[in-house]
Design a protein around this ligand. Structure first.
Ligand code: NAD
Length: 428
C-alpha cells in the first residue's frame, strides 16, 4: 500500500463522506484536485551577501464560495502535498462556519529559526513578489500559520501595495493592530475552540471544575487556550512545547508557565534546562517532566492537540484516555486513529470546526479592511461566538440526523455548501 500523505488522508475522510452523501462521480470529481497550484523557488540575499533559494507554494483549492483564503506556513517540512491538504481543509472549514471564502494555503520550505529578522523580511517580501498576481482582496487573502506572524503579514502587505501601487488593507489578514489588524485576532483560534467546548460541556451539564485538560503545544493556539480554560475553572494538568511537557495532577498555572517559557524558551523552564531537570524540586511541587508522546496518553477528560499533525495515530490511539478531543491543530488525528477512537467512544471535535475561530476573525479583519470600520474587541468576540456556535450547531444536527461522527458531519456540511455554490455557479 502506498504511504499515506496529508493529502491522501484528507481524501480518505472525503471519500467516507461521499459515500454517506451518495455523490455522483461528476460531483466527486470537483473535489479531486485543487483548482490552482502555484510553485516556485524564491531567492533572497542572506546577511553574508550570498544568495539562498527556498521552494515556495500557494495552493488554491476551491473558490466557489468566495475568494481563496488561508495561512502561509514557514517550515522545513512544508511541501506541496502538505500545503494541498491544508488548502483543502481550509475550504471545508470556511464552508462549515459559513463565511464567504474559499480555501487556500501557502508554504515556504525553510527553517525560520535559522534566519535573521532581516532575512525573514527578505523571504517574506520575495514570497509576495512571486505570488503577487495570484493574491488580492477579491482573489486570495493569505494569513499567518505556523512560524508566521503579524510582522510577516505587515511586510507582505507592504510589498503587495508597492508591487501593485495600491492601498490594499484587505489583501492579507493577521496584520499588526497598527497596520490594519483586528482586535481579537491573536486569541481567535483558541477562543473559538473554547466557545465550542463550553457549549458542549454546558449541554452535558459537566462542571469545568471537575474536568482535567491536557494541551500539546504552547504557541498561539495552545497557550491562549490554556489561559481561557484555567480562567473558566478547568484544571489544566499538562502542557508541552517542542522540548517536552510538564504534568501535575493538581493542575498548573498557565501564567507561571508563560513567564518561564518567555524567560527560558521552554514550558518546563521553571525546573529544567533542556532535558536536565531538578527532579527534587519537581517532586516537592508535585510536577513531573513528560515527553510529548507520554503527554497524549495522560489521564484526563479533554485532550487538546495544538501543535503538529498526525500526533494521534494507530500507534497510540488505543492508549488515549481522554473522553473528548478538541483539535486546535490541523490534521492531528489520522483516519486509522479516528476509527479506533470512535470505537472507544471518544468524541472528537474536528479541526475544520474546532480551530475555525482564526479564519472567522480573519474574515472580520477583511470586512474591516474593506469598509474602513474598526470593531471593538467585544464586538469581535460576540460575532465570533455567534458564527462558531452556528457552525457547531449545523455539525451537531448533521451528526445526529445521519449517525455520523463530528468529523464526518463537519465534512458533510462543508461539502454540501461547496457543492451548492458550484451548482449555482453552473460548474456542474
Ligand atoms: P505556533 O508556532 O504559535 O505554536 C506551535 C507550538 O507547538 C509551539 O509551542 C511549539 O513549541 C509546539 N511544538 C512544535 N513542535 C512540537 C512537538 N514536536 N511536540 C509538541 N509541541 C511542539 O503555532 P500555532 O499558530 O499555535 O499553530 C499550532 C497548530 O494550530 C497548527 O497545526 C496550526 O495549523 C493550527 N492552527 C493555528 C491557527 C492560528 O490562528 N494560529 C488557526 C488554525 C489552526
Amino acid at each position: 500500500m502506498a504511504m499515506a500523505t496529508p493529502y491522501t488522508r484528507f481524501q480518505t475522510t472525503l471519500r467516507d463522506v461521499f459515500v454517506k452523501l451518495d455523490l455522483t462521480k461528476e460531483e466527486q470529481a470537483l473535489f479531486a484536485e485543487p483548482q490552482e497550484i502555484h510553485r516556485t523557488d524564491i531567492s533572497f540575499q542572506r546577511d553574508d551577501g550570498s544568495t539562498a533559494t527556498f521552494p515556495a507554494f500557494r495552493v488554491q483549492y476551491n473558490n466557489a464560495r468566495g475568494p481563496y483564503k488561508g495561512g502561509i506556513r514557514y517550515h522545513p517540512l512544508a511541501d506541496e502535498d502538505e500545503v494541498k491538504a491544508l488548502a483543502a481543509l481550509m475550504s471545508i472549514k470556511t464552508a462549515v462556519v459559513n463565511i464567504p471564502f474559499g480555501g487556500a494555503k501557502g508554504g515556504v520550505q525553510c527553517n525560520p529559526k535559522e534566519l535573521s529578522k532581516k532575512e525573514l523580511q527578505e523571504v517574506s517580501r520575495a514570497y509576495m513578489r512571486a505570488m503577487v498576481e495570484h493574491v488580492g482582496a477579491d482573489i486570495d487573502c493569505p494569513a499567518p500559520d505556523v512560524n508566521t506572524n503579524p510582522a510577516i503579514m505587515a511586510w507582505m502587505r507592504d510589498e503587495y501595495e508597492k508591487q501593485t501601487r495600491s492601498y490594499s488593507p484587505a489583501v492579507i489578514t493577521g496584520k499588526p493592530l497598527s497596520y490594519g489588524g483586528s482586535l481579537g485576532r491573536d486569541t481567535a483560534t483558541a477562543r473559538g475552540g473554547f466557545f465550542i467546548l463550553q457549549e458542549m460541556m454546558d449541554r452535558r451539564a459537566m462542571d469545568p471544575e471537575e474536568l482535567k485538560v491536557v494541551i500539546q503545544g504552547f504557541g498561539n493556539a495552545g497557550a491562549h487556550m490554556a489561559h481561557f480554560l484555567h480562567g473558566a475553572g478547568y484544571t489544566v494538568v499538562a502542557v508541552s512545547d517542542s522540548q517536552g511537557g510538564i504534568y501535575s495532577e493538581e493542575g498548573i498555572d498557565p501564567v507561571r508557565i508563560e513567564k518561564y517559557k518567555r524567560k527560558t524558551g521552554q514550558v518546563a523552564g521553571e525546573y529544567c534546562t533542556g532535558s536536565v531537570c531538578d527532579t527534587e524540586r519537581m517532586k516537592l511541587d508535585g510536577v513531573r517532566h513528560v515527553s510529548n508522546e507520554e503527554l497524549l496518553e495522560l489521564p484526563c477528560d479533554i485532550l487538546i492537540p495544538a501543535a503538529l499533525d498526525t500526533v494521534i495515530n494507530e500507534g497510540n490511539a488505543e492508549r488515549i484516555q481522554a473522553k473528548f478531543i478538541l483539535e486546535l491543530a490541523n490534521g492531528p488525528t489520522t483516519p486509522e486513529a479516528d476509527a479506533i477512537l470512535q470505537k472507544k467512544g471518544v468524541e472528537i471535535i474536528p479541526d475544520v470546526l474546532a480551530n475555525a475561530g482564526g479564519v472567522t476573525v480573519s474574515y472580520f479583519e477583511w470586512t474591516q479592511g474593506r469598509s474602513g470600520e474598526q470593531w471593538t474587541e467585544d464586538q469581535v468576540d460576540r460575532e465570533l461566538k455567534r458564527v462558531i456556535l452556528e457552525g457547531y450547531k449545523a455539525v451537531r444536527r448533521e451528526a445526529r440526523r445521519n449517525e455520523m461522527t463530528y468529523r464526518q458531519a463537519a465534512f458533510s456540511v462543508g461539502v454540501k455548501r461547496m457543492l451548492d455554490a458550484m451548482k449555482v455557479r453552473g460548474w456542474i
